[in-house]
Design a binder for this molecule. Structure first.
Ligand code: IMP
Length: 434
């Protein structure tokens, strides 16, 4: 069996959770490699609905191992809350859940800084979870790794120094001034005691699994266009959400990874600020939002909606070298009379086909559309590709042509089994279909 990375190809929320949920049945290990509790997807088990932010949903499958790699940032209070909810659903953590001890912690001051800075001209529209400030400390080499709490004196020293340094640059009105470092110290040592049994050298454990012939699914959070290097900077998250992040975020070499599966929605969404050329600011955008239930799983914010942007997805195909893709939420377009696909931009009189990653340029880009007729039939729950309406297949095939990658999975509804699985060569090579 292969080791595969699942990556978002747009601005996040493509439906990676469902894809990972389906695929995790066939993999032994699921590893998160970046991001933190800014990510979120809803899992429905029987009557219970819970939102997972950090723990891969694979934990709900018996015999599967889940790992948070060193590239993830961890808010320990949130992680423990999530674990408690999952235990009620009979998830088993002992022996099947591991946390990289070099993963950095999200501290209370990170959350305050995130919220207090995300205003005015420089607003990014973050999730307010402290993600940016936590990664900033990591890169500035002053961050606190979860494994540091093994040495309470070292932890204390770092915590007090960090808080003093951050307070020094804040106005008197900042909530930072109200933080009590003694309380943070005691709280975090408490969290550490609870999480300690799960701490490991994530790279060592993952490479041992691989050496034993176990298969690993690397679960990316957010999407390519939110990657700190490859995305629409500064309107990005602060981690490497492209396929490359899977290696640095886990300590597994690219030579031990066999392919990349990109997840793409049949239209486009974005949460927060930043350029979005195909955004629909009209009633149609609102209809997509309602039909697609496009509200953030973490913050509940309405997502901005728009047409499929083939220029952007072609870019994702390039930077991730996608082997194949999963097309999600196709049924959301069922009622559309016509469907537009963006296949180029007009920028200051010029036509461009390559995605510009400078936010200033992208902001000025006008989409060049091609129009297709909608199928206006119900596709929800269709399981056989040939049973999709002809116009729907034409849409899918046009997308494949424009992107240059095939769709191995096509999702026709929110449930796990509302998925068309095609016997593509890639899935055969990965040992996922016969
Ligand atoms: P942060 O990751 O909280 O710093 O937010 C930075 C940007 O990434 C904001 O525009 C967020 O809306 C966006 N973002 C972060 N996580 C997600 C996600 O899981 N889905 C979609 N957008 C996200």
């Amino acid at each position: 069996m292969a080791n595969v990375i699942v990556v978002g190809t747009q601005w996040g929320d493509e439906g990676k959770g469902k894809v990972v949920d389906i695929l995790s049945e066939r993999f032994d290990v699921v590893a998160r490699y970046q991001g933190g509790n800014n990510a979120g997807h809803t899992v429905v088990v029987g009557e219970e609905k819970i939102v997972l932010h950090l723990v891969p949903s694979g934990i709900l499958r018996k015999g599967k191992t889940c790992i948070l790699g060193n590239g993830v940032v961890i808010d320990p209070a949130d992680l423990l809350y999530e674990m408690e909810q999952l235990r009620r659903l009979e998830a088993k953590f002992e022996g099947s859940f591991f946390i990289g001890k070099n993963a950095h912690l999200v501290m209370p001051y990170h959350k305050i800084l995130d919220v207090e800075r995300d205003k005015g001209q420089r607003k990014i529209g973050t999730t307010g979870r402290g993600i940016g400030p936590a990664y900033a400390d990591k890169m500035a080499r002053v961050g606190i790794r979860i494994g540091d709490l093994h040495n309470p004196d070292l932890f204390r020293e770092k915590l007090f120094a960090n808080l003093a340094e951050k307070r020094a640059h804040q106005p008197a009105s900042s909530a930072l001034l109200g933080l009590d470092p003694e309380k943070i110290y005691a709280d975090y040592l408490g969290y550490y005691q609870e999480l300690r049994p799960y701490l490991v050298d994530a790279s060592l454990v993952l490479n041992q699994f691989i050496a034993e012939g176990k298969s690993v699914l690397f679960e990316g959070a957010q999407g390519t266009l939110l990657d700190v290097d490859m995305g629409t900077y500064p309107y990005v998250t602060s981690s490497s959400s492209t396929a490359g992040g899977a290696c640095t975020g886990t300590g597994v070499s690219p030579l031990n990874i066999h392919g990349v599966l990109g997840v793409v929605k049949a239209y486009t969404t974005r949460v927060g600020e930043g350029p979005f050329p195909t955004e629909l600011k009209d009633e149609l955008g609102e209809r997509l939002r309602i039909r697609g239930q496009e509200f953030g799983a973490t913050t509940g914010r309405p997502r901005r909606c728009g047409w499929f942007d083939a220029v952007a997805v072609r870019y994702s195909t390039r930077v991730n070298a996608l082997s194949t893709m999963a097309l999600m939420k196709l049924d959301v377009l069922d009622e559309c009379e016509k469907i537009l696909i963006c296949n180029g931009y007009r920028y200051r009189g010029q036509v461009i086909r390559e995605f510009p990653t400078e936010a200033g340029i992208l902001k000025e880009c006008e989409p060049i559309y091609e129009e297709m007729k909608g199928w206006q039939e119900v596709t929800q729950g269709v399981l056989d590709y040939d049973e999709l309406p002809k116009k729907c297949r034409e849409y899918i095939e046009r997308l494949e042509e424009l992107i240059g990658v095939d769709f191995s999975l096509i999702s026709t509804g929110p449930k796990r089994d509302q998925t068309i699985i095609r016997k593509t060569q890639t899935l055969k090579d990965w040992g996922l279909v016969d």
